[in-house]
Design a protein around this ligand. Structure first.
Ligand SMILES: [Zn+2]
Length: 96
């Protein structure tokens, strides 16, 4: 039996720019969805447009600390916003 969940360090692709981060978890950079923002996302905004999506469908936006309120207000004003979840929590919940 192989253990399926070992860390994959074989694909270490060098990235341009400063390698700032919080300990290097190895995840791909998750960037805020706000226009022009390149900050790391820390929030997931789950939303649904009832005119386009079935009720169970969830679209997600990612937001940094700074844009969480702006983006969630944008969605809330339209009645689209369903949930605001910390990214770590969202990933844990959506991981097998
Ligand atoms: Zn942002």
């Amino acid at each position: 039996m192989n253990s399926p969940d070992t860390n994959r360090d074989t694909n270490s692709v060098p990235k341009p720019g400063p390698a700032s981060g919080t300990g290097g978890a190895g995840d791909a950079a998750v960037i805020c969805s706000a226009k022009g923002c390149r900050a790391a996302a820390v929030w997931v905004l789950a939303w649904n447009n009832p005119k386009l999506h079935t009720p169970e469908r969830r679209k997600t936006w990612l937001a940094c600390e700074e844009h969480r309120e702006h983006l969630s207000n944008f969605l809330a004003l339209r009645g689209f916003l369903k949930d605001v979840v910390p990214l770590a929590e969202w990933e844990a919940a959506n991981r097998p």
